[in-house]
Design a protein around this ligand. Structure first.
Ligand SMILES: [Zn+2]
Length: 378
């Protein structure tokens, strides 16, 4: 919902890859020593025999470029996406179609799965035919591919996966990479919800972060991308663990998609039984809404934005009260005072409303988009 500057990722990517590369090399060697049947490494070598460049690319190349550069990564990504979306697609895309269209749609869907899973398993013509006409056969096929993918992902996770830096190794320096990434990305408020702070703290002279490092593409399905810098989104624990987890959804990636704030904004509506007390902060009898084009619906639904923001009615009421109470002459005298003190208009807004009316700073204060919209757009 809040835009973050992708240049932060580009500025960090080389340092990140330099820190991570030795950890991955050590983990590959460690796993090779323990495990003779080593499919994860075989899979990487199938992608490219230049392992060093491949690992660096997996760590620091934007995902779209990675898919263009490596055919097998593209197939892996497409297959993971199909499996990840499976239930949603079958239930939603099939429903409105007539029988003939549904059969045709299904045939294309299964052909897609067949092509994209070539690197993993073989599907013969008879199996395709069975799946086109029979939903339980299709579900069986999807389960078979899903299990094969889970097995591959387990192996990938042990050599180039997030477990290398996960929290259960907190005593190790490796585990602190998560905090290093969070601190370097320097995001003070969760970009998914713009409600909760992501704070830094120091323990034994080391910096830590209270936030979660969300995988935009979940690591359970996309283990190969679980250490790709461009797959990370700093977020609050509520958005990451409670709402997003592994449910299929298409939230807005704050680094990748620039939200047009004119097309997505909060507004409030007075109810028929509301009183004028709403405008002087003495009644909460109004409804907060989020207006926006359809492309933002899944984000708003996934993170329960509308419901949760309606729990901030006291803040909303205070803003509405300030809007009514600040007369032109009051604002003029504040402006004159701030001019004398050589303070900027932005510092004036901070004094009046508690936020800077600057869209590029929404990631610095909770509820800043809400307050901005109430003051500027309503
Ligand atoms: Zn959040």
């Amino acid at each position: 919902m809040i835009n973050l500057d992708i240049q932060k990722l580009f500025a960090f990517k080389d340092d990140y890859a330099e820190d991570m590369y030795p950890l991955i090399t050590a983990s590959i060697i460690d796993s090779a020593l323990k495990n003779s049947n080593f499919n994860g490494l075989k899979f990487l070598i199938d992608i490219s025999s230049d392992l060093e460049s491949l690992i660096l690319d997996i760590l620091k190349t934007p995902i779209e470029d990675l898919l263009t550069k490596y055919k097998i990564i593209n197939e892996y990504f497409s297959l993971s996406m199909l499996i990840y979306k499976h239930r949603y697609r079958i239930e939603n895309d099939c429903k409105p179609l007539h029988t003939i269209e549904r059969t045709e749609w299904r045939r294309k869907y299964i052909e897609n799965i067949r092509i994209q899973s070539q690197f993993l398993i073989n599907i013969d013509d008879a199996e395709v035919q069975r799946c086109v006409t029979n939903t339980s056969e299709l579900n069986k096929l999807v389960s078979k591919i899903k299990n094969a993918l889970i097995e591959l992902n387990k192996e990938l996770d042990s050599i180039i996966g997030y477990s290398i830096i996960s929290e259960d190794k907190e005593s190790n320096e490796e585990a602190r990479m998560r905090d290093k990434i969070m601190i370097r990305l320097d995001t003070e408020v969760c970009p998914y919800c713009n409600r909760n702070y992501i704070s830094k703290f120091t323990k034994n002279k080391k910096e830590y972060s209270t936030g979660d490092l969300d995988h935009y593409y979940p690591k359970q399905y996309f283990a190969l991308l679980s250490l790709n810098l461009f797959n990370f989104v700093p977020s609050c624990q509520i958005c990451n663990s409670k709402f997003k987890s592994n449910i299929y959804a298409e939230p807005i990636n704050p680094f990748q998609k620039v939200v047009n704030y004119d097309e997505l904004y909060f507004s409030y509506s007075i109810k028929s039984n509301s009183t004028l007390k709403v405008f002087i902060g003495e009644s909460l009898d109004f409804e907060l809404e989020m207006r926006g084009s359809k492309e933002y619906d899944s984000h708003i639904d996934l993170f329960r934005i509308k419901e949760l923001y309606n729990s901030h009615k006291i803040t909303i009421s205070e803003v509405l009260y300030k809007k009514t109470a600040y007369s032109d002459s009051y604002i003029n005298s504040i402006n004159n005072l701030f001019d004398e003190m050589k303070l900027t208009p932005s510092e004036r807004d901070l004094f009046l409303y508690g936020i800077e009316m600057d869209e590029s700073k929404f990631h610095k204060r909770p509820l800043s988009k809400l307050i901005y919209d109430l003051v500027v757009r309503n």
